[in-house]
Design a protein around this ligand. Structure first.
Ligand code: K7E
Ligand code: CUA
Ligand code: CA
Length: 639
């Protein structure tokens, strides 16, 4: 390969005749070379121009010490289970928010406050999050909440962005594997929409394993965003993959790849077409209000049936055939289109949202009349994002590229006009899933940054053994040409991320004493007659012992306390420091006990004092020059 074939981006070393991409020997190479050369106008990198491009890239993402990033990025932690907060464009990791995982530093999954949020599902120590989304008002981020799915255990969690902690979690009943998750954009995020991916028998009690049976189905789920309770469910034909909602608050849409209700790969690829299912939200709400709903498997959630009966549509849904096994579903930021990404087909299908009223009114003979373009983009289109200037950016998994294309021109080409809607193809490294442009899911898409989340990093980083990091690449899309400016290694596996302007996220610097996050713990203390800000006391309640203490750098309110072997001990600590950043911790050695107590926070943790003897406890967050001395002793008397 020549230098001409190589548009790996300025982070690379100057190519020495052979591109590293060339070594991969994938089928992507041939098309990449073609597309790269034409779309980039045949950009030829020399050693000098490469160095200049690298310098320019560094200057774009450089956020000097003490300076702040322009954007908050919220990254899914995939099957690691957390949410990560990054600054963009520096791509520096700012924070991790444990959600579906157990976290030793903060005590998530260990403290009583987190266990109350986790509820029954706290018995699971794993999660698999994909889709983080920020609540909206009038189609713009309001910065209140971030919601995320757990595919592994069929949950949806909510994170309060003012404190960046998960405050609610819900297991969606009678479905398996919550995958696609999106929010109502307009007038505000009343509903969180969550797709149950897998078809299961109902009731799923072992009476049948037949997926072709009419009692085997999955459901589209609407969750009340404020209460974090189920609002309604819609039974669908086939299965559900990804989803999005429009900018009117009327229609939500989801892709289906298993219209066959098949059991295996071969079966799921049998039909030439699967579909996009569109949900008429006002029609569903009206039916539920009128009491026209059912219950599934004894759960109290109102359920409507959105399946076709003898080929006849329900009032709640329409099924729009698209090429087989589509994946991502994205609403363009101008509000005009639902775009279903072809995956197995090199195309994406553009559904005109302004034709959906007529579709539901029965004005079309063929539901595909709502499709206004099906541009051919390349191999393996998975997800599409938007710059607010009429361009869309679609990841091509198989080609390992992002393609920039123009939506209006694609529509004109579909009508027969001779117009090249493809603007540029940029190699990414490698096999991208989601991509996400700044503010793309809102009416304020600003076309500055594009993050591309690549599933393979291959040779882009120092080797780390058989398990490689992912590669989240940052691309500058502010100009005519996309420019790769940063490679960001990431641990398994950020399917998706979201970017918000930094002014859209308003956080608290220290906790408020009346915060609902620890209100239940405060209520228990109140019953014990404890003033948490001043009291250091041990309350014995049969075999249950509640130890209350304050913390202020560099000491705990209690240097020691005594319990009996076998007691169930609850340690409740209130950090009375008022100074920003002075977080304390509490670790009871050899007891699996660890938690964070940030300024003005109350945290509690419960364990069994099963070992007689002296046990030191210590502060785990470095809070003071005498942090090492911030210790105490639990004396456990023999039973
Ligand atoms: Cu494409 Cu779960 Cu959004 Cu992964 S999904 S990539
Ligand atoms: Cu308190 Cu370290
Ligand atoms: Ca299929």
């Amino acid at each position: 390969m020549s230098d001409k074939d190589n548009n790996q981006g300025p982070q690379d070393e100057a190519p020495k005749g052979l591109s590293r991409r060339g070594f991969l020997g994938t089928s992507a190479v041939a098309s990449a070379a073609l597309a790269g050369a034409t779309a980039l106008g045949g950009t030829v990198f020399t050693r000098e121009s490469w160095a200049a491009a690298a310098k320019e890239a560094r200057s774009k993402i450089h956020v000097a010490p003490g300076e702040l990033d322009e954007y908050y990025g919220f990254w899914s932690g995939g099957h690691q289970g957390e949410v990560r907060v990054l600054g963009v464009p520096s791509m520096r990791e700012l924070m991790r928010i444990p959600v579906f995982n157990v976290d030793s530093a903060t005590g998530w999954g260990l403290t009583n406050e987190s266990k109350r949020v986790l509820g029954d599902s706290g018995k699971y120590l794993n999660g698999d999050c994909h889709h983080p989304h920020i609540s909206m008002t009038d189609g713009k981020y309001d910065g209140k909440y971030l919601f995320i799915n757990d595919k592994a255990n069929s949950r949806v969690a909510r994170i309060r962005l003012d404190i960046m902690k998960c405050d609610k979690m819900l297991t969606v009943p009678n479905v398996q594997a919550i995958h696609g998750l999106r929010l109502q954009k307009v007038p505000y995020t009343k509903y969180v929409f969550a797709n149950g991916e897998f078809v299961i028998p109902h009731p799923n009690d072992g009476h049948s394993f037949d997926l072709q049976d009419k009692n085997s189905f999955t459901m589209f789920n609407a969750i009340d965003a404020e209460k974090m309770e189920m609002a309604f469910q819609v039974i669908v034909d086939g299965n559900l993959d990804n989803a999005d909602m429009d900018y009117s608050g009327r229609y939500a849409a989801a892709t289906c790849y298993n219209s066959e209700k098949a059991y295996d790969l071969g079966g799921m690829m049998r039909n030439e077409r699967d579909w996009v299912v569109v949900f008429n939200i006002p029609a569903i709400e009206a039916a539920i209000k009128a009491g026209k709903f059912i219950h599934v498997d004894g759960d109290k959630t109102p359920v409507v049936d959105g399946r076709k009966v003898d080929g006849k549509d329900s009032p709640f849904t329409r099924y729009i055939p698209v090429p087989k096994n589509p994946h991502g579903l994205n609403t363009s930021s101008d509000g005009k289109y639902f775009i279903a990404n072809g995956k197995l087909s090199p195309t994406v299908s553009m559904i005109a949202i302004d034709r959906l009223d007529d579709l539901f009114a029965g004005k079309f003979k063929d539901p595909r009349e709502v499709i206004v373009a099906e541009p051919e983009l390349g191999l393996g289109p998975l997800h599409t994002t938007f710059d607010g200037r009429g361009n869309a950016y679609t990841t091509l998994f198989i080609d390992s590229q992002v393609v920039k294309w123009n939506m209006d021109e694609a529509v004109r080409a579909y009508k027969g006009e001779k117009v090249n809607y493809i603007k540029q193809k940029l190699d990414v490294h490698y096999q991208p899933g989601h991509n996400h442009a700044s503010l793309t899911e809102t009416s304020e898409a600003d076309g500055k940054w594009l993050v591309v989340l690549c599933k393979f990093s291959k040779d882009r980083f120092l080797p780390t053994g058989p398990l490689h990091p992912e590669n989240d690449q940052l691309i500058d899309i502010s100009g005519e040409e996309m420019k790769l400016v940063h490679d960001g290694p990431a641990f398994a596996e950020p399917h998706d991320c979201i970017l918000a302007r930094r002014d859209q996220i308003k956080t608290q610097k220290i906790w408020k004493r009346d915060d609902p996050f620890f209100a239940a713990t405060v209520a228990i203390a109140k019953k014990d007659g404890i003033n948490l800000e001043t009291d250091n006391k041990v309350i014995r309640d049969g075999k249950k012992v509640r130890v209350y203490m304050t913390s202020m750098a560099p000491s705990y309110g209690l240097n020691e306390f005594t319990v009996k072997q076998g007691d169930e001990v609850t340690v409740t600590i209130t950090n009375i420091d008022q100074i920003e950043d002075v977080s304390h911790g509490f670790v009871m050695t050899n007891h699996g006990v660890s938690m964070e107590i940030s300024p003005q926070q109350t945290s509690s943790i419960t364990f069994i004092a099963d070992k007689p003897g002296l046990h030191w406890y210590y502060c785990s967050w470095f809070c003071h020059a005498l942090h090492m001395e911030m210790v105490g002793r639990m004396k456990v008397e023999r039973a």
